[in-house]
Design a protein around this ligand. Structure first.
Ligand code: PA5
Length: 442
């Protein structure tokens, strides 16, 4: 597994002494994470998860996954935020864009859009299907509503025993409505450790069970994460997590308050979605934080590209480059008439064109005043994806602590919930309801 950080296109836009200051602050921060003395220190269970995961636990996850695969054509993963994005990020990075490997994984409970569940239920009609329901708190509204809808459908289709055979719950060991429901119905279940928050939970059953159900090798994923864990904790000098966290903070202080994660790989979209949640929810608080955005290139060069090249200069980019793809390489063929003027590319691969687009775009954006970092990854194998996710999590923790926020809480998320509950007239929210009625009239 190899991931490296290329910094040549940020150096000219950074004051070196500022970088050195953040870099050395980062070393102290890593020590405080190790000693569990940093803010949010009761949520550090993910830090050594790759190296401490027991093989029996992975075996049990694989066993339950195999059973679900045997009895299901489709498994619906019900969850939102950190209880959904990690699994989807890894699955989408590995699966074919056009077909599933035996058992299809679909998602629900990640929004409230009307019509989605109806369309899902139509798609499931006549198929064999099961549910993995994931919620750490066990009380999140979106997945709770979807789970109520889907479990009613499931029992009317497969009978009462379906709850035991076709539903797996992943939740807290003792607290929350989902734990009560799981225990009352004798559901198969896994526990989310108390000291691992949602967006840091991809290497717990939250991520691992759906990934295994989709047919991917969770041992390889963990192996890659473990290698990255060893790499970032063993060498302070050549430490890409410290480098990336320090550079992000220098750029932020320079006024580059939006980071755009850029990819040129059609399977990367959901890793970027996971990354936005990780950094957005971890750093965006107390009036501070880099705004995490993402683009899929070259697609978005024909939309967001204009803004990046030429719009407000508060951006920096982190470009993800896969050195080799596992894909079969398409070659550009010959055309006698050459009406499309493409014969100059005859015999060249799509990968060659894509890489030159990447290089040309980085140089263009950099001359347009956008600092560019590049993460080079050997290939898109699942072990490298495991390493990349660990790298982003540890960088996010260090970077958030450099910003002097607690990266492991999300107090701001509660505000929308309070208002939504009040407007829905949930018992206990009567005062808030009155307050909002006054605001509505104003
Ligand atoms: O990172 C987080 O903690 C959040 O994004 C949660 O994962 C998300 O809100 C879902 O919460 P829960 O798993 O309690 O349903």
């Amino acid at each position: 597994m190899q991931i490296s950080l290329e910094k040549s296109l940020v150096k000219n836009l950074m004051v070196h002494s500022h970088y050195e200051r953040y870099r050395s602050m980062g070393e102290d921060i890593m020590q405080s994470i190790r000693d569990k003395t940093c803010p949010g220190n009761d949520f550090l269970g993910w830090v050594d998860l790759p190296s401490s995961l027991k093989s029996e636990e992975l075996e049990r996850i694989n066993e339950v996954a195999q059973n679900l695969r045997k009895i299901s054509e489709v498994v619906v993963v019900v969850g939102i935020g950190g209880s959904y994005l990690g699994a989807r990020a890894v699955i989408e990075s590995q699966k074919s864009a056009f077909k599933s490997d035996g058992c299809e994984v679909l998602y629900a409970g990640h929004q409230l859009s009307p019509g989605y569940l109806t369309e899902l239920s139509q798609y499931l009609e006549g198929k064999k299907w099961s549910i993995i329901v994931i919620s750490k708190s066990g009380t999140t509204t979106e997945p709770a509503i979807a789970f109520r809808y889907l479990r009613n459908m499931l029992t009317s289709r497969f009978g009462e025993t379906a709850m035991k055979e076709r539903v797996v719950a992943i939740t807290d060991s003792s607290k929350g409505a989902l734990r009560k429901l799981a225990d009352a119905n004798g559901l198969q279940s896994f526990v989310i450790p108390d000291d691992v928050g949602g967006r840091f939970s991809v290497f717990t059953p939250v991520g691992l069970l759906p990934i295994a159900v989709a047919g991917f090798d969770i041992k390889q994923l963990i192996q890659g994460a473990k290698q990255m864990e060893e790499q970032v904790w063993s060498d302070k000098k050549n430490n890409i997590a410290l480098d990336y966290a320090a550079i992000r903070n220098v750029l932020y202080q320079n006024g580059n308050t939006t980071e755009v994660l850029v990819n040129y790989h059609h399977k990367f979209h959901f890793i970027a979605e996971w990354w936005k949640q990780l950094f957005g929810e971890s750093e965006g608080k107390d009036g501070k934080g880099i705004f995490p955005a993402s683009v899929d290139l070259t697609t978005d060069l024909h939309s967001m590209g204009q803004y990046i090249q030429d719009g407000k200069r508060n951006l920096f980019e982190t470009v993800v480059k896969f050195e080799n793809t596992n894909a079969k390489v398409e070659q550009i063929g010959h055309d006698d008439e050459n009406l499309d003027n493409l014969n100059y590319l005859e015999g060249k691969s799509m990968d060659f064109v894509n890489k030159n687009a990447l290089e040309g775009t980085m140089l263009a954006h950099n001359s347009g005043g956008v600092p560019n970092l590049m993460l080079k990854i050997e290939n898109d194998g699942i072990d490298n994806i495991g390493g990349l996710l660990y790298f982003f999590m540890i960088t996010c923790a260090i970077s958030g602590l450099m910003l002097q926020v607690n990266p492991f809480n999300q107090p701001g998320v509660e505000d929308y919930k309070r208002n939504m509950f009040a407007l829905l007239q949930k018992p206990g929210f009567e005062e808030k309801y009155k307050e909002l009625q006054i605001l509505r009239k104003e």
